[in-house]
Design a protein around this ligand. Structure first.
Ligand code: TRP
Length: 464
């Protein structure tokens, strides 16, 4: 208790609180990682890009880039010990680096805000679908009527706004209670529930659906389906699904007590996140195939295709409801991490936590209206990296954040951690016990991650 950072530390903990154990940090970070990205986005992206080939690229990105950047981001957060913007300022002072690097904090704060604005609208769909499934709205109906229900939902801004508001309120209530009484309590209950629901649904997929067809789709690679667009989507998704490149993990790292070992917290997060994505695929595709449906529906995969399947299957009302509850829980524990960087920053300006939460929440809610209207009044079509997008602002915000801001944030974090920070400081944070692992991590963060991601970004800019 005698080192010089100790005073800082005490102030910090008094202002923000911190995780009560390594396990709580793992649960919270896994809660952030496991979200709509795993259960809604990953399956539909894999479905669009032909399955196996996409999955392989995604897994490679997770292993080679995701894990090392995750460790880098946690270390920077704990070393900087404040909201991403102020943490970067502290680290810049420590490394005597250029002020430019604060950009990591700013861009992260902005990205989190942008992502939550659309995330909440989609989570709102999931909320509606809990009730629709539970009330038997899909039972025994033909496919076109179930598709019609989804079309009617997204065509109705009023309904979308209501559910977007309900979800934002759920998020703000947790955030307002703070790190220990809010975030920790939420993940302590929601994460085990999520895992239990997942296992139940897997049992259902194995026993009642065409499990083998699902396995084949996810693991047999057809590289002819892989375009540049799906390649870059897989990379962007690796950042998105691990909540990387924007300070969410940095701020969670800031709340990590000093005595906890970083790699032993990071590995379980990556494993759990990847496992949930794969399991979600192994639940969704067998059900899709068992009912003779197509996997390539896009964002509506789990809101049209899956309800059609549940509507036809024995026990579909029950299992379908469970599925959408799972989706909402996953989205909830992710959403709280998206604006935590912004909230922590405002708290450091001297505002009360409650006021900060509601200020950020209101702004996010307002911006979310752009997404609400993307599906109806303001829908427009455009093309990006060979992918045709038809939901205007929603797609644009998604591309801007997950394909551009998160990967660039990831490059900057890797370079800052690998090249700019004093090696001794990072070594002390990471406290890796084996020199082999230390070497692997150094090479990943200094070369593999920045160069790999840059190549993809350059291709993207040059229009492939
Ligand atoms: N990882 C979450 C998901 O897969 C989304 C998310 C939460 C996120 N926090 C983030 C993405 C921070 C990027 C950055 O659904």
């Amino acid at each position: 208790m005698s080192d010089s950072t100790n005073d800082n530390d005490t102030n910090f903990v008094a202002q923000h609180g911190q995780w009560s154990s390594r396990w709580m940090f793992i649960m919270a970070a896994t809660g952030s990682a496991v979200g709509l990205g795993n259960i809604w986005k990953f399956p539909y992206m894999a479905g669009k890009s032909g399955g196996g080939a996409f999955v392989i690229v995604y897994l490679i990105c997770i292993a080679l880039i995701g894990l090392p950047v995750l460790m880098a981001e946690i270390s920077l957060g704990r070393r900087g010990r404040q909201s991403p913007i102020n943490a970067m300022k502290n680290l810049i002072a420590e490394a005597k680096a250029n002020k430019f690097w604060v950009a990591i904090g700013w861009s992260g704060m902005l990205a989190g805000f942008l992502i939550l604005s659309y995330y909440s609208v989609i989570a709102g769909w999931a909320l509606v679908y809990i009730f629709k499934t539970a009330l038997g709205d899909f039972a025994g109906l033909p496919a076109d009527q179930i598709q019609g229900q989804f079309a009617a939902l997204v065509a109705d801004p009023f309904q979308l706004i209501i559910w977007h508001s309900v979800f934002m309120l759920m998020v703000m209530i947790v955030l307002a209670r703070g790190v220990e009484r809010g975030l920790e309590v939420a993940v302590r209950y929601l994460m085990p529930a999520l895992m239990a629901l997942l296992v139940m649904l897997l049992y259902y997929a194995v026993t009642q659906a065409d499990f083998q067809a699902g396995v084949d789709f996810l693991f047999v690679a057809d590289f002819s389906q892989l375009t540049f667009g799906s390649f870059i989507s897989a990379m962007g998704h690796a950042f998105f699904t691990l909540s990387l490149g924007m300070g969410a993990i940095m701020v969670y790292g800031a709340y990590l007590p000093k005595n906890i070992n970083i790699i032993s917290a990071a590995v379980p997060i990556v494993v759990a996140d990847t496992l949930v994505a794969i399991l979600a695929g192994l639940i969704i595709f067998p059900i899709v195939f068992a009912n003779g449906l197509e996997p390539a529906a896009g964002p509506s995969l789990i809101f049209e295709t899956l309800p059609i399947a549940f509507g036809q299957m024995p026990g579909g009302t029950f299992w379908g409801t469970i599925f959408f509850v799972l989706l909402v829980f996953a989205a909830w524990t992710s959403a709280i991490s998206l604006v935590e960087p912004a909230i922590a920053w405002i708290v450091e300006k001297g505002w009360s936590r409650t006021v900060s939460v509601y200020a950020v929440g209101m702004l996010t809610w307002l911006f979310g209206l752009l997404t609400v209207f993307s599906f109806n009044d303001w829908a427009f079509e455009f093309e990006f990296a060979g992918l045709v997008k038809s939901n205007g602002f929603f797609d644009a915000i998604d591309i801007l954040t997950s394909i551009i801001m998160l990967p660039i944030g990831g490059i900057l974090i890797a370079i800052f951690c690998g090249w700019i920070m004093p090696r001794a400081a990072i070594k002390e944070e990471l406290a890796l016990s084996s020199s082999r692992v230390e070497k692997w991590w150094g090479v990943s963060v200094r070369y593999v991650a920045p160069i790999g991601v840059s190549i993809v970004m350059i291709y993207l800019i040059l229009g492939n």
